[in-house]
Design a protein around this ligand. Sequence first.
Ligand code: NAP
Length: 244
Amino acid sequence: MTASNTRIALVTGATRGLGLETVRQLASEGLHVLLAGRDHPRAVAAALPFKADGLSVDAIELDVTNADSIRKAAQEVADKYGHLDVLVNNAGVFIDDFSLPPSQQSLRTWRETFDTNLFGVIATTQAFLPLLRAAPAARIVNVSSLLGSLTSHTDPASPIFDFKMPAYDASKSALNAWTVHLAHELRDTAIKVNAVHPGSVKTDMNSQGELDVQTGARTSVEMALLGADGPNGGFHHLGEVLPW
Ligand code: NAP
């Protein structure tokens, strides 16, 4: 049972990496957090240590590429809570072939990347939007990447100038565009929508990452807990605004 004034958050792709840590930090802030994973037993197992630590965390099954799974998850949240205060669209894949130049990445790679990193976010957000509208002041956090920044990709001085993984990069550029469009649509509501760059964080996705997950999850958590005077429709990293 959660108290009627407890905020409810849902984090997608939370079975490991940044999503798992985002769950921990949001639950530590007193929210009831739904740890969403595409494999229910793994989500349940991931939630157990948090529960043992006294944090308010429950597992929920949600595959962002499966319409039926998204619909069932939204129905479960509707039935149990009737609203959702925070949606962190964290699930993502990075499957470009490092040995190939941009022109030779397979269409299969492009499609699978966009299915998760863009269409999965849009489908999940569409399904949960009625529940987010039912909350007093919901927050939507889209976990993007500096690799989605076209300004940085075209700046020879940028650290990512020579790092071109087109399917992943373009999926995050498109996610940024979706963020701007949804934030504009919702600008006269209490809902805020922002994109974040976690940093280069050491996870299964990025073995070369420089930051730990505790630091990497901080921007998602900051955007999830924004006050009424916080930004809407921006691209953020650890207190800085990034160029699109
Ligand atoms: P990770 O360790 O590879 O974790 C990715 C998570 O996404 C896993 O929990 C995975 O679930 C989940 N996932 C993948 N496809 C899914 C689907 N169809 N439905 C539901 N969940 C799915 O990656 P990470 O580094 O934590 O990345 C988290 C987010 O941060 C991603 O959006 C990534 O693009 C972004 N990001 C990461 C970095 C970095 O340096 N690490 C930098 C910039 C942005 P399974 O366990 O079931 O596979």
